[in-house]
Design a protein around this ligand. Structure first.
Ligand code: E4P
Length: 218
């Protein structure tokens, strides 16, 4: 399973990349705004900075919602760096645009996915990645992990090549559950990744080993 970090914060991207286990980055307009990155030119420059840190796919989201402008915006984003993946919302014009990008060798991430039906449409359009939002489903008392499981089953039935990129992953348990049900990728905040390190028996055992070593060397 690939690990993407879901942030536009350069320090956190560097920290995750330095762990040696980072495969890519996802962003969205809200994450950009959270870092104070506003205005088209600044946003485009920020994508280039992210691409200079991480050697992996970087999702850059379009803000257009009609076919012609999604295509124009997506081409501009894709031209920034070979690792840019154009992130397109799950709407009719978005699906048409994903088909166009697929036919023209541009990688895509279909975002704002909340149902298996939407997942089928994106796969048929040839999306590189599909982003079902686990946490936002949990927020409204639907089981987000169940959706990942259902999509995995459907994609395997038809050998769809679209990778399931579990998004809106908010904690370490979500990551483990996504791995259990066969997500291809998880994207999550740095804290969810580093949370995987934690176990009290690891801390206790290490403290004991170091203390015992110190006894023999004092
Ligand atoms: C990533 O592609 C999504 O935009 C992101 O994971 C949404 O996460 P959130 O529901 O925590 O905002």
């Amino acid at each position: 399973m690939k690990f993407f970090i879901d942030t536009a914060n350069l320090e956190q991207i560097k920290e995750a990349n330095d762990l040696g286990i980072l495969d890519g980055v996802t962003t969205n307009p809200s994450l950009m705004a959270k870092e104070g990155i506003t205005g088209t030119e600044n946003i485009l420059e920020h994508y280039k900075k992210i691409c200079s840190i991480v050697d992996g796919d970087v999702s850059a989201e379009v803000i257009s919602t009609d076919y012609a402008n999604i295509i124009e915006e997506g081409k501009k984003l894709a031209a920034l760096h070979p690792n840019i993946v154009v992130k397109v919302p799950m709407i009719k014009d978005g699906i048409k645009a994903i088909k166009y990008f697929t036919d023209n060798g541009i990688k895509t991430n279909c975002t704002l996915v909340f149902s298996a039906g939407q997942a089928i449409l994106a796969a048929k359009a040839g999306a590189t990645y599909l982003s079902p939002f686990v946490g936002r489903l949990d927020d409204i008392s639907f089981d987000g992990i169940d959706l990942i499981h259902q999509i995995r089953h459907i994609y395997d039935n038809y050998n769809y090549k679209t990778e399931i990129l579990a998004a809106s992953v908010r904690n370490s348990l979500h990551i483990i559950k996504c791995a259990e049900v066969g997500a291809d990728v998880v994207t999550c905040p740095l804290s969810s990744i580093t949370g995987l390190f934690n176990h009290p028996l690891t801390d206790k055992g290490l403290a004991q080993f170091l203390a015992d070593y110190a006894k023999g060397n004092s």
